[in-house]
Design a protein around this ligand. Structure first.
Ligand SMILES: *Cc1c(COP(=O)(O)O)cnc(C)c1O
Length: 396
């Protein structure tokens, strides 16, 4: 058997492997698992989007290769959505590219900007793709720790000047997975100041820009980078319209970055199935009340879960955005130890924080992508687990 490339061997071991193994063991033993592990909405895609797909799929024109960069109509719909949502103007031709889900664009971006040994600034805890594709592209990730005392924002003043000088790209992600944190105006302004001073391309992952509560409206980094000189922003229809399985997203922003990402993609993939692009146009330009409904469902679940956790002694604050609750594990536990304890003791699956990077150690993530009844049931299971625990787990 041929030896795999060293770049494959460089991929760090899959941290969830142990948890996954335990999960299947318990399942096989007949345990009724309540799974808060996956960031994948259980809510179906809104009906009008599915209908549009149904129409488009019947047209043979859509059975052929799509254009690489996305249909003009799709990119125009993205530009219209951006103007409506953020008051940002985009040129559909040169400032938007269609993606096969935003993960695809995020994963490819380092290949367009990172040469061997080049530095990329990566948040930790964070979406694992930033770090791993930087490594695959031969880059050197510089970790920006996200600490609770900084509101889970990177401490930009703490990044050494020589690192900033060397850095080619910086990944940021607000509203944030896994911490549920959000960023204010000053943060974006400061990031863009560094981008200008040190020639860094800012890659803002805005997958959760529409999943926000209590009237909070997340901003686009392009509202601050008006001339689109430093930033590229990645968006996804996955979370906004509950379309994770459809695989469509887009990148918008700096023309050169859009061009270079597009040039790379031309040589790797052949674009997004046109019927899916038509469905996505319907999503972006159709009635947006479906998004209000999705937010309403998640907000109710968030409140139920946060109140439940607090009632059993796990003190958490309700996040203003995302469908994640990020919490410290009780004293005396590691992330993995606590997650195993929850799974074995109560059949509840949560994600250990260290799966998102070393800086996530000491935390766990709950994804509220299952219904209210199951959330209530999980809280009751936690209550009995904690009251039965002789180590007084969760009750400081
Ligand atoms: C879900 C998610 C994505 C990827 O979304 P797709 O468009 O489905 O590929 C990107 N970034 C973060 C932080 C996510 O949580």
């Amino acid at each position: 058997m041929a030896k795999p490339a060293s770049r494959i061997e460089k991929i760090p071991p899959y941290l969830f492997a142990r948890i996954d193994k335990k999960k299947s063991e318990l399942k096989r033993a007949g345990v009724d698992l309540i799974d808060f592990g996956v960031g994948d909405p259980d809510i179906p895609t809104p009906g009008h989007i599915i209908e549009k797909m149904g129409e488009a799929i019947k047209n043979p024109v859509n059975h052929r290769y799509p254009s690489y960069e996305g249909m003009y109509e799709y990119r125009k719909a993205v530009a219209d959505w951006y103007r409506m949502r953020f008051t940002v103007d985009l040129d559909p031709e040169s400032e938007v590219v269609a993606l096969i889900g935003s993960k695809e664009g995020i994963a490819h971006l380092p290949w367009a900007y990172i040469d061997n040994g080049d530095c990329a600034l990566i948040p930790s805890p964070g979406y694992p793709v930033y770090r791993i594709t930087t490594l695959l592209a031969g880059g050197v990730p510089y970790t920006m720790p996200l600490k609770e005392e900084n509101g889970f924002l990177p401490h930009l003043d703490g990044i050494p000047k020589d690192v900033l000088d060397k850095a080619k790209i910086m990944f940021i992600n607000y509203p944030n997975n896994p911490t549920g944190a959000h960023a204010g105006d000053e943060f974006y302004e400061k990031v863009l100041y560094l981008a200008e001073k040190h020639d860094i391309l800012i890659c803002h992952d805005a997958a959760y820009s529409e999943i926000a509560y209590d009237g909070y409206k997340p901003k686009s980094i392009l509202e601050f980078d008006k001339k689109k000189r430093y930033a590229i922003e990645f968006h996804s229809l996955s979370k906004t319209y509950c379309m994770t399985g459809w695989r469509i997203g887009f990148a918008a922003g700096n023309r050169e970055a859009i061009f270079n990402l597009g040039k790379l993609k031309t040589n790797i993939d052949s674009g997004v199935f046109q019927a899916i692009q038509y469905a996505a146009i319907e999503a972006l330009t159709g009635d947006q009340s479906c998004v209000d409904e999705i937010r309403r469902v998640f907000q109710k679940r968030r409140d139920l879960m946060v109140n439940g956790l607090n009632s059993v002694g796990i003190k958490v604050k309700p996040p203003l955005a995302t469908f994640y609750i990020w919490s410290k594990v009780p004293e005396g536990y590691t992330s993995e130890g606590f997650c195993e304890k929850l799974m074995e003791g109560s059949g509840i699956v949560v994600t250990p924080g260290n799966g998102f990077g070393e800086e996530g150690e000491g935390y766990f993530r709950i994804s509220i992508t299952i219904g209210e009844d199951r959330i209530r049931e999980a809280v009751e299971r936690l209550r009995s687990l904690f009251s039965a625990s002789n180590d007084n787990l969760g009750n400081p």
